[in-house]
Design a binder for this molecule. Structure first.
Ligand SMILES: O=P(O)(O)OC[C@H]1O[C@H](OP(=O)(O)OP(=O)(O)O)[C@H](O)[C@@H]1O
Ligand SMILES: O=c1cc[nH]c(=O)[nH]1
Length: 177
């Protein structure tokens, strides 16, 4: 059974709140950089970038990150070429953005990917959904919604940029197969 947890309007409000939290914690920081993890983290980071501009006239650079090369659960070394260089992130205050935080392995890979390129002064993490079940000591600094799940469920994040509309659903195990 599908269970809608976040609808279109709530998603908008949630992203606006995360944006205000980023503003609160980083007021006046000229070194802020947004990095979105492909695929839906990219669109979330872009939306946060737009809100920062609209709400505070705050222009923050945005980059996309494909963590494929750095994952611990696949053997291929074929992956994307980074979209940024050391100059873009060295000594910067990076906010990493993804849609779902689950085991933490994607974020571990993202941290390795970023460190292989440069050395930010600080990295923090923003996620739309934290569903628990961490396998690594990783936590988010900005959380849209904590959604307790069982391991037999999955969180499906939809975004208008690539899906029909915005939303977050819990999908049961049966529907995943
Ligand atoms: O904390 P973790 O256990 O690593 O899980 C979280 C990751 O899983 C999903 O990506 P997925 O690999 O399903 O690809 P997608 O971005 O194409 O959905 C999601 O977008 C996160 O990046
Ligand atoms: O439930 C999950 C777990 C990881 N990534 C997702 O997108 N959903």
């Amino acid at each position: 059974m599908k269970k809608e947890i976040v609808d279109n309007k709530t998603m908008k409000r949630t992203l606006t709140r995360i944006t205000y939290e980023i503003i609160e914690k980083n007021k006046g920081d000229q070194n802020l950089v947004l990095i979105g993890i492909k695929t839906r983290g990219t669109f979330l980071a872009q939306r946060i970038q737009n809100r920062l501009r609209q709400l505070e006239d705050y222009e923050v650079p945005f980059f996309e990150l494909d963590v494929t090369n750095f994952r611990d659960d696949q053997k291929t070394t074929e992956g994307a070429i980074p979209t940024f260089t050391d100059k873009d992130i060295d000594n910067k205050n990076v906010v990493l953005v993804d849609d779902v935080l689950y085991t933490g392995r994607t974020i571990r890979a993202a941290l390795d990917a970023i460190m292989s390129i440069g050395r930010p002064g600080k990295i923090s993490l923003a996620v739309l959904v934290d569903r628990g079940h961490r396998e690594l000591p990783i936590r988010a600094d900005y959380v849209g919604k904590n959604i307790p799940t069982s391991r037999h469920e999955a969180i499906k994040v939809s975004m208008a940029e690539v899906d029909d509309e915005d939303g977050v659903e819990i999908i049961s195990h049966e529907e995943q197969n």
